[in-house]
Design a protein around this ligand. Structure first.
Ligand SMILES: [Cu+2]
Length: 574
């Protein structure tokens, strides 16, 4: 269990030392050198109260070098055909000296926080070891599981992997009225990540963290699943209902979680009650294949162990292969989920063991949240629309880039490369107006106004797209099929023909899971899909970011700025 820090017990004034330390990921592993908030993996869980501001002095005391060996293995698979990402060690790769030279610049982002821009953790506003940073978090937001993590431009993937992530829980009176478990023993956060380790000369695991990619796969999918800093842990539970605050804090891996007893899925034991930004309107059913969480997505779930005898054991398995593309996998086959080609050598996540105790059932409230509704028709009718294409650009002699293009509807006299989106009779033509993080800002949302953002996925992978600041709601997942001509994806010159409607060989459901219909800040955009979200920025003007939360994508330019602005200032924005 991560240590808890209750902000109210410190008058909302907290100090977190960001420092180099050691951590043991498993009792049979040697110690690992890590970077951690308060020197632990995960960092201390900060618990705050809605409406009670929290000030954190983030004290950067990191010491280099980066405690992660970064390498690109020379081949995708070893001599036996096993993908090298399924194996520990460097697999013939040489350690990247540039990663080894990183000394510990940091910036902290509170993911899910409604935070003024100055304290949101802009990826270029860094503090070096020894430089002070005091951030103010107003906490004017509903109860939810947030998390804080490093966000340094270009190296977030190394810093988070090194250990720089911690949980942050916002609580409010609404949740207390519902009588949901709060705090130990019945409320348990589960931060799920994947990690890999080096080998010594005799082939034994050392604790040294390894971030390994290969010529075919530019994301690191590490073989060992880690929950709250431990590989494959066991949690002893009483025969009672537990509340698990589940979060995927992995760099790139998506999980589809299935709870099993005696080898059979027991999905009905699990009741989702909340998502990224807190409680859903009502409890919902788990998706039939299991609970899918991509990087940075959260789930608040109740799990009923109350009918189980002491000694009962349940396993939590992951059935999602990697890179995740939304493909289905039946929960009934979860025991067969191991798949080397799918970079899933070990589906094990964790184990629950029931200990003796009085059986404590508890009724689950039928109404949870009443403070949000889907956006109204008239709001959507007036809403500005923004379109973003997710694209894969092939580069000669370099790994492909998975990035984004902000789109603008083209003028009549424009004859250059364009994306055509055909929806029945309606044809919309776009051109790309921004490709890179440092390109000119094109999104200026007005505070208070509902906007519709369209994410058009023209790649083969699922991308979890995260928008900073206010939460959003998903409006639709539209199946699409598309054609991209040879060299259709260049820098700002992109050419594609997108048609709404399912393609002949498309096997994805494109369904919206019930637990995705809450307030979200990260949404999965599957292949052959347009996702539409409705977002309304409310309180803070300033420069924020949105990006893919696969850290290897985010670091390689799958991230863009947007600027929120009070309506009265808009006429003065040239
Ligand atoms: Cu991505």
């Amino acid at each position: 269990m991560p240590r808890r820090l209750i902000a109210a017990e410190h008058q909302g004034q907290l100090t977190v030392r960001i420092r180099t330390a050691t951590h043991r990921f498993h009792r049979d592993l040697p110690e690992s050198r890590i970077w951690g908030y308060d020197g632990t993996v995960p960092g201390t869980t900060i618990e705050a109260e809605r409406g009670k501001p929290v000030m954190v002095e983030w004290r950067n005391e990191l010491e280099g070098p980066l405690p992660v060996v970064e390498t690109v293995a020379p081949k995708h698979a070893d001599g036996d055909g096993v993908p090298v990402q399924c194996l520990p060690g460097l697999s013939g790769g040489t350690p990247n000296p540039r990663a080894g030279a990183l000394s510990g610049h940091a910036v902290v982002h509170l993911h899910g926080g409604l935070t003024p821009a100055s304290y949101d953790g802009w990826a270029e506003n860094l503090f070096a070891p020894g430089q002070p940073a005091v951030f103010h978090y107003p906490m004017n937001q509903r109860a939810a599981l947030l998390w804080y993590h490093d966000h340094v431009m270009g190296v977030t993937k190394f810093d988070v992997y090194a250990g720089l992530a911690g949980l942050w829980i916002v609580r409010d009176e609404r949740e207390r009225e519902l009588g949901l478990p709060e705090g130990p023993p019945f409320e348990v956060p589960l931060l799920i990540q994947d990690r890999n380790f080096n080998l010594d000369d005799s082939g034994r695991l050392t604790g040294q963290l390894v971030h390994k990619t290969d010529p075919d796969v530019m994301e690191a999918f590490a073989p060992f699943t880690v929950v709250n800093g431990k590989v494959w842990p066991i949690l002893e539970v009483q025969p009672a209902i537990y509340r698990f605050r589940v979060i995927n804090g992995s760099n790139a891996r998506t999980y589809r979680l299935v709870l099993l007893r005696d080898g059979k899925p027991e999905l009905e034991r699990v009741t989702p009650i909340g998502s990224d930004h807190g409680l859903l309107r009502t409890p919902v059913r788990l998706p039939a294949d299991g609970l899918v969480l991509a990087s940075a997505e959260r789930a608040d779930v109740l799990v009923d162990f109350s009918d189980l005898e002491a000694g009962s054991e349940l396993m939590l398995l992951n059935t999602a292969s990697a890179p995740f593309d939304g493909a289905a996998f039946p929960a009934t086959r979860a025991l067969e989920a191991a798949n080397l080609e799918g970079l899933l050598p070990f589906p094990q996540v964790m184990c629950f063991r029931v200990i003796p105790g009085p059986s404590a059932a508890r009724s689950i409230p039928t109404v949870l949240a009443t403070d949000y509704v889907p956006p109204r028709e008239e709001e959507l009718a007036d809403a500005p629309h923004r379109a973003i294409a997710l694209v894969e650009r092939e580069l000669e002699g370099e790994t492909n880039m998975l990035t984004m293009r902000e789109l603008s509807i083209i003028e009549d006299d424009y004859t250059g490369p364009s994306i055509t989106v055909t929806n029945g009779e309606r044809i919309t033509r776009y051109r790309a107006v921004a490709a890179h993080f440092e390109d000119v800002t094109t999104f200026f949302p007005m505070l208070g106004q509902v906007e519709v953002w369209q994410l058009i996925n023209l790649t083969g992978d699922t991308h979890p797209i995260h928008v900073h600041l206010d939460p959003f709601q998903i409006l639709a997942r539209h199946p699409i099929h598309y054609q991209i001509p040879d060299a259709g994806i260049e820098d700002l010159d992109i050419t594609a023909s997108v048609i709404l409607g399912r393609g002949a060989d498309d096997e994805l459901s494109h369904a919206i899971d019930d637990n995705e219909r809450g307030l979200k800040d990260t949404i999965r955009v599957n292949p052959n899909e347009i996702v539409e979200i409705a977002v309304r920025f409310t309180a803070y003007s300033g420069r924020y970011m949105y990006h893919c939360h696969i850290l290897e994508h985010e670091d390689r330019d799958m991230m863009r700025p947007f600027v929120t602005m009070a309506p009265e200032l808009m006429p003065f924005m040239a």
